[in-house]
Design a protein around this ligand. Structure first.
Ligand code: PAF
Length: 275
């Protein structure tokens, strides 16, 4: 596995692969790699000849009060896991490489481009994290500009993020991978390590409730009641899975989407199904 932190040598290798018509996949990550990330890498390897995994804790998607400074960083373990999977390149840039100018660090300017299209950025998680999806989209577009992959892979756990990337990026095939869960149903996330023992015991109640709603064992109001028993509810929504708007006669896929607070933690999860 080659490890690059600078764009120029990375591009030289990518050019060489492209001259041999090799298909290149990118798996963007913020490190703290776990089983769900490795599933993204495996999906990328099935689609492409070469796989690049980026590890970059993107400051633009954290608000000032959020956990940028303490976000789990485990670069040595991450590199060992990627090496074991025979990933071709780990790209580990620093912030100056991704955001070379002060202008690129100006979210207001970036947001302006989407001022006629704010819906997907503002609903669901966008209400509690208004900066978040703009920061994600900015870094993903920048990584696409640098790597110019044929394919990029994202997890369905961050369903709203996936929809935004699908809608607002061009020229890269976006592949998504189903939510990967612990045995008790909890969706795997780097931030799960913030949960203390009693929070960890409660956390699977989120997926359990969404599954009961899916199976019609609970209606939406009772599901809300059950969630509020264990958590502070942020939102529970049942929407058209393609547009994330209200379900109508044309909706063929439905998404149950939920976010809750558990102590200082925020958990998100979803179930997407065909009607
Ligand atoms: O899902 C994530 O880990 C991040 O939001 C992403 C897509 C790597 C952008 O920083």
């Amino acid at each position: 596995m080659q490890i690059f932190s600078h764009i120029y040598p990375l591009k030289t290798t990518l050019m060489d692969w492209r001259s041999k018509n090799q298909i290149i996949a990118l798996v963007p990550t913020m490190g703290g790699l776990h089983r769900a990330h490795l599933a993204l890498v495996e999906a990328a390897q099935k689609k492409a000849d070469r796989v690049v995994v980026s590890i970059f804790v993107n400051p633009m998607q954290f608000a000032a009060h959020e956990d940028f400074d303490t976000y789990p960083r485990s670069i040595q373990a991450d590199l060992a896991a990627l090496e074991a999977l025979k990933v071709d390149i780990a790209f580990i840039p620093d912030a100056g490489e991704i955001y070379p100018s002060n202008e690129s660090l100006n979210q207001a300017k970036f947001k302006k481009k989407y001022q006629k299209n704010t819906y997907l950025f503002e609903i669901l998680c966008g209400r509690t994290r208004p900066h978040f999806f703009y920061g994600v989209l900015q870094v993903v577009q920048r990584l696409f500009e640098i790597v110019a992959p044929d394919v990029a892979v994202f997890g369905q756990k961050d369903y709203q993020q996936l929809k935004i990337i699908q809608k607002f990026t061009q020229g890269v095939e976006i592949i998504s991978v189903a939510v990967v869960r612990e045995n008790d149903g909890l969706a795997i996330s780097t931030r799960n390590q913030y949960l203390n023992a009693s929070e960890r015991m409660l956390a699977p109640q989120l997926y359990k409730t969404l599954s009961q709603l899916l199976r019609d064992e609970l209606d939406k109001q009772s599901a809300i009641g059950q969630l509020q028993h264990h958590f502070k509810l942020d939102y529970l929504q049942v929407l058209d899975a393609d547009t994330l708007s209200e379900i109508d006669d044309n909706s063929s896929k439905i998404a149950i989407l939920c976010a809750v607070f558990l102590g200082k933690n925020r958990l998100i999860d979803n179930i997407v199904f065909r009607r």
